[in-house]
Design a protein around this ligand. Structure first.
Ligand code: CP3
Length: 353
């Protein structure tokens, strides 16, 4: 596979890409850049191909997935592609009745609240997501040396949607289960860890060169609760893909107090939002891990001079790091001017070449 480095042979161009080198904390020709949510509503070409196709259906059409995944690579010249899908796709694939409502997010018809509900979470098999294997096959041929990042939602973030039944600001039902019925909670997260592990394994075996675990909402938790009630399940996922040797990225929002634990869970690269400077984050994460981040996505609305100044600050805060992948601190917002993203990629490349 592209991720192996057979002894006595030159490494593949993908293995040697700036993105994968930075993830492995090796010297790079320039700081690699990609953006969370780089494929999506900020691009007119995305809105065009998505016209009339519901979000979850679009994730199951390999040609469409391939086109949407490639769009930001063509337009912005980013250093990595991220597989176009959603964190709830594996749950849909095992038959959970859910939908992604435009402008709202994932909505689950019957929330998972009891032990009887847990029985509805059956194992995921590679056959359930054969469209993923097919799309990644198409993609890796088109991408050439550009690495493809596979991804999944982490057990806590998936549980937050399953237990709440939809997006939430307080996670009151999920946290009530976590604090009030720790055994049921642990079993739920363990189930989700198994499903997530298979979903990531399918992506790696099909050709993904790195994986990112999105624990977007983990920042809602105190460190002690994260350690006790969430970290074991996320660690199980990272362990399940450790043997492939592909970089494992771990990301969440508002996780300043959790960065050390998120590294401990088994990540090679820790994603940082804009609230913590990277030179501070590296102390919190500890040695041996690369960092990804961390420009505030709203900076992109402030005009070219401000974008350059704030991007420069990110690069300065990363100057002493071994292993920096430039990204936003969270996803691209839908109303972002795509040209601002293209200029940002050029700026980071030019400043670090
Ligand atoms: O370019 C990429 O980053 C790959 C695509 C991607 C999507 N979802 C496509 C999508 C990725 C990586 C995700 C992950 C995801 N999905 C997360 C973790 C990342 C994060 O932002 O923290 C979460 C929490 C979700 C759940 C989810 N799905 C939300 C909150 C929403 C937005 C709802 C809305 O309409 O505002 C979705 C829908 C979704 N997933 C869209 C896209 C492009 C928008 C729907 C559309 O285009 O019709």
């Amino acid at each position: 596979s592209v991720n192996d480095r057979p002894t006595g042979q030159p490494p593949s161009a993908t293995y040697d890409s700036a993105f994968l080198r930075a993830c492995r904390r090796e010297p790079v020709p320039h700081t690699p850049v990609w953006f969370m949510r780089q494929a999506g509503r900020s691009l007119p070409e995305y809105r065009k191909v998505r016209e009339g196709v519901p979000m979850l259906e679009s994730c199951m059409r390999p040609e469409l997935v391939t086109e949407i995944t490639l769009q930001p690579v063509r337009r912005h010249g980013v250093d990595a592609a991220i597989y176009f899908s959603d964190i709830v796709v594996p749950l849909k694939a095992i038959g959970i009745d859910l939908d992604i409502k435009p402008g709202v997010g994932p909505v689950v018809e019957q929330p998972v609240r009891t032990r009887a509900d847990l029985a509805r979470l059956r194992d995921l098999t590679p056959e359930d997501v054969s469209y993923v294997t097919e799309a990644i096959g198409l993609l890796t041929r088109e991408l050439g040396a550009t690495p493809l990042i596979g991804f999944a939602g982490a057990p806590f973030t998936l549980a937050s949607y399953l237990v709440e039944g939809g997006p939430s600001r307080t996670y009151e039902n999920a946290k009530a289960m976590m604090y009030g019925d720790p055994e049921l909670w642990a079993d739920l997260l363990d189930r989700l860890a198994e499903i997530t592990s298979v979903f990531l394994q399918v992506q790696i075996e099909a050709g993904a060169s790195a994986v990112q675990l999105f624990d977007s909402w983990a920042g809602a938790l105190a460190p002690a609760d994260y350690r006790r009630s969430v970290l074991p399940a996320s660690a199980k996922v990272f362990d399940a893909v450790a043997g492939y040797g592909v970089p494992r990225i771990h990301f969440g929002v508002g996780t300043g107090e959790l960065l050390g634990l998120m590294g401990e869970a088994g990540a090679d690269v820790v994603g940082v939002d804009w609230r913590v400077r990277l030179d501070d984050a590296v102390r919190r994460v500890g040695p041996g891990k690369a960092l990804q981040g961390n420009l505030d996505p709203t900076v992109l609305f402030a005009g070219p001079d401000a974008v350059r100044a704030k991007a420069r600050e990110v690069l300065d805060s990363a100057a002493g790091l071994e292993g920096h992948v430039f990204n936003l601190g969270h996803g691209v917002m839908p109303s972002t001017d795509p040209d601002a993203l293209t200029r940002l990629v050029e700026y980071v490349h030019e400043q670090t070449a």
